[in-house]
Design a protein around this ligand. Structure first.
Ligand code: FEO
Length: 392
């Protein structure tokens, strides 16, 4: 892949991972990119590296612009291994004068690489360094989404190097927002927000407010995954504002798993009831839909209705999986209910309700349980459940 000049003397030199399909539990059917950026000035600066197996790609990309041995400073905005994995190779080749990072970044690098001897240079919010004709200002973004996270801002170019912020997992040969389908770009961006940033939405709102009140002018946002926001940086900032406030639509999700199709029939009836009551509905069968797609759809949904057959006095494993994932991502409370078929014990509905109560969801009904195969009267109870959740 070619390096790409994104601003005068600032180059994308990252790697494209066409084949990655799982990102610690987040499905990435379109792959991802690990974006590094190289600023060539009196001092040459590399911003972030790439996942370790792509170290050779990174060195080749840098070599298209300058000899990697010429790198003076390496800025580590984020230590997660998809961005710092190739750091040891870069340090070996470049022998940088400084590795610039937050205080937490230094601790994290020592814990990852066990190299106390590297030339760490700790910065905090507002600190600046000059590279000659450019000024780089640092903005700590602690817990967005790791303790070490920070962003770098090239003052003269109004360029925000936003690490994971405003990114997407989407492998493309294109580098800029205006070169790809805008709907797909926003869909990938929403999925990224829902699966990575959702638990930190309060901190996102604070960051956006701080950026606004500081008057920071942003002409371009260059994240470490996906496309660079060249034409409409304001569009992704506005979207993050909306997602961080978890603005909902008149929409319910019916998410379920089924053993012998009885819970499937119930799910369809619940969805019919939701729709009859004038609410938009999306039906998602686990196994066909991945947990990370469920969370993405939940981002703007008002209600969540979960269904599972009972297996060995418990819910089906895929339902337990999605509940565990949801609990960690801490979505804003939703109106909720549960349903499911059973043979003898019938515990799944109760257990799902308990899990949703733990997430502070508003359980609007104790739920519908059906012994073995639903009758028409049972399906009407399911439709009524859907109507009741929609009304709530
Ligand atoms: Fe893309 Fe948090 O690493």
């Amino acid at each position: 892949m070619k390096s790409t000049e994104i601003k005068r003397s600032i180059h994308w030199v990252g790697a494209i991972d066409w084949n990655v399909r799982d990102f610690h539990g987040y499905s990435t059917p379109e792959g991802s990119t690990y974006n590094s950026y190289l600023l060539v000035d009196e001092k040459t600066v590399l911003f972030d590296t790439v996942k370790k197996p792509f170290a050779g790609d990174l060195l080749r990309q840098i070599n298209q612009v300058v000899d990697p041995a010429r790198i003076d400073y390496v800025v580590v905005n984020h230590v997660e291994p998809d961005h710092s994995g190739a750091l040891p190779e870069i340090v070996d080749v470049a022998k940088p004068e400084k590795i610039i990072c937050s205080a937490q970044g230094q601790k994290a690098m020592i814990a990852h690489f066990h190299r106390e001897d590297w030339p760490y240079h700790v910065v905090k919010t507002g600190d600046e360094i000059s590279t000659g004709s450019r000024t780089i200002r640092f903005i700590e973004t602690r817990m967005l989404h790791w303790p070490d996270s920070m962003m770098s801002y090239v003052v003269e170019d109004k360029l925000l190097l936003s690490q994971d912020g405003f990114g997407q997992h989407w492998a493309t040969s294109e580098r800029f927002d205006d070169e790809v389908c805008p709907c797909e770009l926003m869909r990938q961006s929403a999925k990224y927000y829902a699966n990575i940033l959702l638990p930190y939405s309060g901190l996102v709102r604070k960051l956006l407010a701080d950026v606004k009140s500081s008057g920071l002018e942003i002409d371009m946002i260059a994240p470490v995954h996906g496309l660079i926001w060249r034409s409409e940086p304001g569009k992704i900032i506005a979207a993050w504002d909306e997602w961080s406030r978890q603005v909902t639509k008149n929409k319910a999700l019916v998410v379920y798993d089924t053993m012998w199709q009885s819970t499937h029939l119930m799910a369809k009836a619940v969805a019919d009831g939701v729709q009859e009551a004038g609410m938009s509905v999306k039906l998602m069968k686990l196994g066909e839909f991945h947990r990370s797609d469920v969370v993405t759809e939940l981002l703007d949904a008002e209600a969540l209705i979960l269904g599972s057959s009972t297996l060995n006095n418990n819910m089906l494993p895929q339902m337990a999986d999605v509940l565990c994932y949801l609990k960690g991502l801490r979505p804003a409370p939703k109106n909720a209910a549960a349903f499911g078929s059973y043979g003898w014990g019938g515990e799944a509905v109760k257990l799902i309700n308990e899990a949703m109560e733990e997430m502070r969801f508003n359980i609007v009904d104790t739920g519908v349980r059906v012994n073995y195969v639903p009758t028409e009267a049972d399906l009407e109870r399911c439709r009524e459940l859907g109507r009741k959740v929609a009304a709530a």
